[in-house]
Design a protein around this ligand. Structure first.
Ligand code: UPG
Length: 458
């Protein structure tokens, strides 16, 4: 039987940090001749998501698309958040009754389902009911997955801990634990407590990582040290950035980079959903000026891009903007990050360590100056630091807890840009990442084997 008959559905949750890896995995499955159905919810929270989904479908018109109509949660169970992305997870979870008939009507019938990590509890009963193999797409690091799957057993002792000890994994300082997990009634903690114990009921977990980057966590997870009965963890990264992600209107920053010397530019971006306060934004600007380096900086003033209304000069102030002009380019728009990181002029990345950013930097061999802001990012920064291709000043607070001054930022950037050992390690990782995704690499071996298994369900 040809692999065309293998039909896989994928469902991302909200935010570019979840959509991008889901679409990269979907396009990998298309390359392996699977039929793919993508289930999305419209309207999306951000404009960037809407535009990416549209480009994805224009590039792969043969793909099946299903839009799940959202229902309002009848009784919002969490009022501890105003975060639009978390509110969307809740809305998707409240609309589960609509999914079962949608999935069972698909033709040819589904061979497997891939569930975003934030939708575990919503999708598990549905795929079980339909007898479908179900896989988690974990969008963060394997280190974070170890923490996520071990978390409920840690809860009783959390208040007394200095370090979190997970079997087979280096201790994680309590200061690296996502804040929302330390507070009892947050939506994030509720989701993790509900979803984490269910990971063993899945057939496997896909992680956008690779052995050379996270061998310790992958080893511990796959021998069942972290949680007994853990299904296989498939390290199928680093996911390759895809052509459908690129958009002509984002060319300007790339053209600006073209005539800059090799490795001379520091690229600064804090992902798709981190909006720093104005005071901190201006300190970043000061830091960039003080570093003396050339820079390309993406400023974000609002969590959701649809709400970005204020012009850049108002955010930065005219005087700072003027001083920055000589050495850098500052933009307040979506940029094509994965292409920027692959540009020869870029020699360092100031990153919040959202996992997709980390993996894109590894893919391109770019050293990182880690500046985690929220959630999983300190755990991811730990991975970067431990593997020797990035530096991280652990004294810097979580976002909103204090302001890091420009002179400190400038010094740290200078240090990263001149550190030769970071560059060597980053280029070794790039090589290892390319190998993992080449013919006969871990990604191909895992996916081919799975597709053979899924064929048995056809
Ligand atoms: N990106 C662009 N252009 C921009 C801004 C972002 O292409 O102007 C891309 C970037 O290349 C990456 C993605 O958007 O592919 C952003 O993802 P990520 O780096 O993971 O950051 P977040 O958007 O902050 O992602 C959320 C969480 C993060 C988590 C991640 C995966 O904030 O902590 O690791 O989701 O679960």
């Amino acid at each position: 039987m040809s692999s065309e008959a293998v039909h896989v559905a994928l469902m991302p949750s909200a935010g570019m940090g979840h959509l991008i890896p889901c679409l990269r995995l979907a396009s990998l499955l298309v390359q392996y001749h699977c039929k793919v159905t993508l289930i999305t919810t419209l309207p999306t929270v951000s404009l960037a998501e809407e535009q990416l989904i549209s480009r994805f479908h224009s590039t792969f018109p043969q793909l099946n698309q299903i839009h799940l109509q959202l229902q309002k949660p009848s009784s919002p169970s969490h009022n501890s958040t105003t975060d639009p992305f978390f509110l969307r997870y809740e809305a998707i979870r409240a609309s589960s009754n609509l999914l079962s008939p949608l999935l069972s009507s698909l033709s040819p019938p589904l061979s497997a389902f891939v569930t975003d990590v934030f939708l575990i509890s919503l999708l598990l009963p549905i795929t079980h009911g339909l007898g479908l193999p179900n896989y988690i797409l974990f969008t963060s690091s394997a280190a974070m997955f170890s923490f996520f799957s071990h978390f409920p057993t840690l809860v009783p002792s959390l208040p007394e801990l200095d370090d979190v000890k997970i079997p087979g994994i280096s201790p994680i300082p309590i200061s690296s634990i996502p804040h929302m997990l330390l507070l009892p009634n947050t939506i994030f903690r509720k989701i993790v407590m509900e979803d984490s114990p269910k990971v063993t009921k899945f057939q496997g977990v896909f992680v956008n990582t690779f052995e050379a980057l996270e061998s310790q966590s992958l080893g511990a997870l796959n021998v069942g040290k972290v949680v007994k009965g853990m299904p296989p963890i498939y390290a199928i990264g680093p996911f390759k950035p895809c052509e459908f992600e690129q958009e002509g209107q984002w060319e300007a920053p790339l053209r600006w980079l073209d005539d800059k010397p090799v490795g001379s530019v520091v690229y600064v971006c804090f992902g798709s959903r981190t909006a720093m306060g104005r005071v901190q934004i201006r300190e970043v600007g000061e830091g960039l000026v003080r570093s003396g380096c050339r820079f390309l900086w993406v400023v974000k003033d609002k969590v959701v891009d649809r709400e970005e209304e204020v012009e850049l000069d108002e955010v930065l102030g005219l005087e700072l903007e003027e001083r920055m002009r000589e050495k850098g380019l500052v933009v307040k728009q979506w940029v094509d990050q994965s292409v920027i990181l692959g540009h020869k002029a870029v020699g360092g990345f100031v990153s919040h360590c959202g996992w997709n950013s980390v993996i894109e930097a590894a893919w391109n061999g770019v050293p990182i100056m880690a500046w985690p802001q929220h959630g999983d990012q300190k755990i991811n920064a730990g991975v970067v630091e431990m593997s020797g291709w990035g530096m991280w000043n652990k004294d810097w607070d979580w976002a909103g807890e204090g302001v890091v001054k420009g002179d400190e930022i400038g010094e740290a950037i200078k240090e990263m840009m001149k550190n030769e050992s970071l560059k060597i390690k980053a280029s070794q990782l790039k090589e290892a990442g390319r190998k993992a995704t080449s013919v006969g690499g871990d990604c191909e071996v895992a996916l081919k084997k799975l597709i053979q298994e899924w064929k048995k369900n056809v």
